[in-house]
Design a protein around this ligand. Structure first.
Ligand code: C5P
Length: 226
């Protein structure tokens, strides 16, 4: 199990709920090392949630998926950089110029900047029928991944199904962060899933996993099972 490469998505509505979840691991040898704070938690609690998690010595991926005109994206990432987190992200569909500006905002910081390609809730039917992008998911992801690399970012968020092709085409140093990880087959909103072991075997740098751990009857056991 690669716990230091497992980013636990803290998709909770409040600091109290995060505290109760993290308390479960208090006396356990298996503990989260890297966590992800998304919009639900950050919009509810603001910077104090980041301070709290840093006090717990946790590494943080602040997943706010910035997507705006280049100048506004630069301002947004400049403000977020000050929190001292480990990973920030933007939407690759915001374009190369936007990604370059966002990256500029991290000059002097060790924080990595990655881009979201296509959400793991997007399947080919939606890509072709709703977004009118007439290609395969793989091509669409690869195109956004190439743009991300051109803009000088560190890597992408992608489904575990795209790890192999992304590493082949963009190099093994181009970081992949993969949500859509399931311990077993489910019928929830994630459409392109794999297990943690499969994702690591394909060479991903990080996995992101939320509900299979946070909603598990026994989160310690679920984490050990990864
Ligand atoms: O609960 P679950 O394991 O589905 O959580 C996955 C996490 O990864 C969620 O916080 C979701 O917002 C995030 N995410 C995703 N797909 C992306 C980018 C982020 O599922 N492409």
């Amino acid at each position: 199990m690669a716990i230091e490469k497992t980013i636990i998505a803290l998709d909770f509505p409040s600091l109290e709920k995060v505290q109760s979840f993290l308390d479960i691991f208090k006396d356990s040898d298996t503990k989260p090392i890297f966590v992800k704070v998304g919009m639900e938690l950050f919009y509810a609690e603001g910077p104090k949630i980041i301070e709290y998690l840093k006090e717990q010595n946790l590494k943080i991926f602040l997943d706010l998926k910035v997507h705006d005109i280049p100048n506004t994206a630069l301002g947004a990432i400049s403000s977020l950089a000050k929190y001292g987190v480990d990973i920030l992200n933007v939407h690759a569909s915001g374009g190369i110029a936007m990604m370059q500006k966002a990256k500029e905002a991290l000059d002097g910081y060790t924080c990595k900047l990655i881009a979201v390609t296509h959400l793991t809730s997007t399947d080919e039917e939606m890509l072709n029928g709703e977004l009118l992008i007439a290609t395969t998911i793989e091509n669409a992801v690869l195109n956004l991944a190439e743009n991300t690399k051109k803009a000088g970012l560190d890597g992408i968020v992608c489904s575990p199904h795209e790890i192999k092709i992304v590493k082949e085409k963009l190099g093994k140093d181009f970081v992949t962060v993969c949500p859509g990880i399931r311990l077993e087959k489910t019928n929830d909103d994630q459409k392109r899933t794999l297990s943690a072991k499969e994702a690591f075997a394909l060479g991903t740098d990080y996995i992101v996993i939320g509900r299979p751990i946070t909603q598990a009857k026994d989160p310690i056991k679920a984490l050990q099972l990864l």
